[in-house]
Design a binder for this molecule. Sequence first.
Ligand SMILES: Cc1cc2nc3c(=O)[nH]c(=O)nc-3n(C[C@H](O)[C@H](O)[C@H](O)COP(=O)(O)OP(=O)(O)OC[C@H]3O[C@@H](n4cnc5c(N)ncnc54)[C@H](O)[C@@H]3O)c2cc1C
Length: 493
Amino acid sequence: SPSSFASRRSILRVVNDNAKSGGDHPDYALELNATNFDAVLKDSPATYAVVEFFANWCPACRNYKPHYEKVARLFNGPDAVHPGIILMTRVDCASKINTKLCDKFSVGHYPMLFWGTPSKFVGGGWEPKQQVKNNIRVIDDARTADRLLNWINKQLGSSFGLDDQKFQNELLSSNVSDPGQIARAIYDVEEATSIAFDIIFEHKMIKAETRASLIKFLQLLAAHHPSRRCRKGTAEFLVSFDDLYPTDFWATGKHDKSSVKNLKICGKDVPRGYWMFCRGSKNETRGFSCGLWVLLHSLSVRIEDGESQFTFNAICDFVHNFFICEECRQHFYDMCSSVSSPFKKARDFALWLWSSHNKVNVRLMKEEVSLDTADPKFPKIIWPPKQLCSSCHLGLDQKNNKIEWNQDEVFKFLTEYYSTTLASLYKDSNVVLKDGTEAVEDLIVATNAIVVPVGAALAIAVASCAFGALACYWRSQQKSRKYFHHLHSLKNI
Ligand SMILES: Cc1cc2nc3c(=O)[nH]c(=O)nc-3n(C[C@H](O)[C@H](O)[C@H](O)COP(=O)(O)OP(=O)(O)OC[C@H]3O[C@@H](n4cnc5c(N)ncnc54)[C@H](O)[C@@H]3O)c2cc1C
């Protein structure tokens, strides 16, 4: 359907669509071909990938498919039980377009399965003698779903089971024991940013009295958001802000901004619809508010000294005006109001935010226990615990029963955690095409359509599309039309 074409660009959307498209028998594994293989794997947030090379005429492959799908169900798609860990894909070697790709991996029988990190597959290949060198491995014992999952469990030291159900993930490691998890949080920061703005637009929260505070926050995001595509989206929104919301806008009485409602602040591939780092063990815990905290901390460690008071104001006002959890914004604003002198150092602001977050943690620790609303896998703690940063802890002040902190170490840790590690998995969205040209992954987003020459748009669409070139061409036409129309309607406001 046209709508399913329109969302094919995002790898996770593709996974979603794949999962939905099959009716009674949804395909969870993502079918790739030579035109999108590199781009999709490059863009994958998953830590590992499995690629199954098969041929559509091969009867054994047809019989193998339900086994492969049973495993893919656990890792792919919006309802994945263990999301973000393994991307399960397949490539049909009987399709002419894939001949070279299958050759590169020396596919000698069907089905043949490979294992590696997604990046190792990009532009990669496999030869029987090179196993160790390029880190792509043949999965040699995958005849049934059980055996494939066993093989994976052995690699990861995990204990995934075929019957694992959503939110019953015994491996869902809390942040305490797995500091490496933070690297995935960048995707949740994007998700939270996008949701925050969806809420703002949906609730028509941009008003005469909140306008200035949103502009401030947008400025902060445009300069320091850890995700490039969110920086780009906020900068573009900022550029057109005055046209969209002129100061006399509210006087005119025409407040309906239905066209802005569709504005995706981090590009149209976000939100994805699920959480990774901020995923709770229950459906209703963590998520957005966790993502928002991570965003705020990641901003606090990216600013310069001279921006510290501005950042403090921007964040306090943003939470106050746009975080519509009444208790949260009130408490947070109280903490903001109790600050008596302006911040001069970025370090001081980052530590203030850290300690304010800990105050919230302490309050919620008690509350959640008494109401039994805590996420059992993620109880509130005073952060960072010793396991994450032992040098941050000086000891316990016995008199007040309070942790004594080494603030220099805490700041060092915050910077490492929210700046370096957070962005370590993040791949820039620029996709380098085979001919050496650079196709910016999110060029064809709403606000940018006008600067994309049709040829470039077509090249990008073809390079990253899950379908044949014709379908992609049709899709890129639809996109251009839709977004030109969208731009046009924005301009006419
Ligand atoms: C500004 C704000 C105010 C809020 N106020 C309230 C409130 O008044 N009442 C209420 O019920 N809920 C409030 N919430 C929600 C609440 O704080 C949690 O976000 C929510 O309960 C989910 O908790 P979580 O376990 O995912 O961890 P969160 O508290 O959301 O933390 C997310 C992650 O940040 C890291 N972290 C934890 N503590 C710190 C710290 N001190 N410094 C740096 N990093 C840290 C950890 O890795 C943690 O997993 C607020 C949220 C925000 C963003």
